[in-house]
Design a protein around this ligand. Structure first.
Ligand code: FAQ
Length: 311
């Protein structure tokens, strides 16, 4: 019978059909989805911290309203993604406990500091730009709830990317000091954004299996190349330089070439030694503890409501 179930699953994957929560699936498929969706959800909520650092210091009411909306969108993305993970039979509080204990990862990118207002622009342009490049193909992921969650997330991410681009363009065309601030932010965020796509293909432990299961549709290096190809001409329009002297158009390949990435830095950040790892996790744990009364009140309200209906 197990063999028959495996055949049905394999057939559905081969036919590009969606796997749904009640369908039989291999344990390893379920485990890899829980791992990836949890990491993704954690990234969204940890990712609120670097930008929220600037909400109180946004330079105008308009910029402040935009930034608040963006950070709230990220909380929303976290919620859709935790819900998608729950359809695989895990509980949200278990996932949060693992994040708080440092036993589940979140994206390396959120362990870097936001030093100036221009960082908000660089995050929108580069970090959200990289996120979209990686996430649009996830709308076609073989697991239904994850794929559907990604559709709305991607629409919101593309708005985020444009607000960052517009912010940087404004700074770049501003005073020489503003231009320099924009350039400095791009210098600091470029390489960490390149690392968001994950290790090179020959060091990516999960890629081959995830691609066979159609969870991932493209390899880490393929998506990274697309990101360079999209970013190089955008940088020119912005009047800013990407901090990689090897970036140049390669007529033969039909792609931009780029220079080597410092993978030691990437693995170091994953090991917990990035500039802000401790700060991000501490702030997250504190926020969770400070929110305990809200969870208790909600649970108690739900219990009272259920009792009132005689259920
Ligand atoms: N950071 O075998 P692979 C956002 C880990 S966007 C940390 O290649 P895989 C939006 C990987 O987990 C950011 N860890 O792994 C936003 C694995 O470790 P494990 C979130 C990384 O899964 C913008 C090991 O390295 N986006 O939040 C990273 O096949 C602005 C080996 O790697 C997503 O999560 C990294 N960068 O490919 C929010 C997208 N890269 O689990 C706020 C969904 C790799 O064995 C503000 N995820 N690792 O312990 C994915 O597409 C994939 O999981 C990849 C990694 C492509 C990230």
């Amino acid at each position: 019978e197990a063999a028959a179930e495996q055949d049905i699953f394999d057939g559905a994957i081969a036919a590009d059909e969606r796997i749904e929560p009640r369908d039989w699936m291999p344990d390893a498929y379920r485990a890899t989805l829980v791992r990836q969706i949890a990491q993704h959800a954690h990234s969204e909520i940890i990712g609120m911290q670097p930008e929220s650092n600037w909400i109180t210091r946004a330079p105008s009411l308009r910029r402040k309203a935009i930034l608040m909306a963006k950070v709230q969108d990220e909380a929303g993305h976290g919620l859709y993604l935790y819900s998608a993970a729950e359809t695989l039979g895990v509980r949200r509080d278990e996932l949060l406990d693992k994040l708080h204990a440092g036993r589940q990862k979140y994206s390396s990118i959120f362990n870097y500091p936001t030093l100036t207002w221009a960082d908000v622009g660089a995050i929108g342009w580069l970090v959200d730009g990289a996120a979209i490049m990686n996430q649009v193909p996830l709308c076609r992921c073989s697991y239904g709830p994850y794929a559907r969650a990604m559709v709305r997330i991607c629409k919101e991410e593309s708005f985020h990317q444009r607000q960052g681009y517009e912010l940087l363009l404004t700074l770049s065309r501003g005073t020489p000091e503003q231009h320099a601030m924009a350039q400095d932010a791009v210098n600091r965020w470029w390489w960490p954004s390149m690392m968001m796509f994950g290790p090179p293909d020959d060091e990516s432990t999960h890629s081959a299996q995830s691609m066979a299961w159609k969870i991932k549709r493209h390899s880490n290096d393929e998506l990274r190349q697309r990101f360079v190809d999209a970013s190089a001409p955008q940088a020119e329009i912005l009047g800013l330089t990407l901090p990689d002297p090897d970036i140049r158009w390669n007529e033969e390949r039909g792609h931009y070439d780029s220079g080597p990435i410092d993978w030691t830095e990437f693995w170091d950040v994953l090991a917990g030694n990035g500039p802000c790892n401790d700060q991000r996790l501490t702030q997250r744990r504190e926020a969770h503890e400070n929110g305990a009364w809200v969870r208790e009140a909600a649970a108690s309200y739900a219990a009272k409501h259920a009792a009132g209906r005689g259920e």
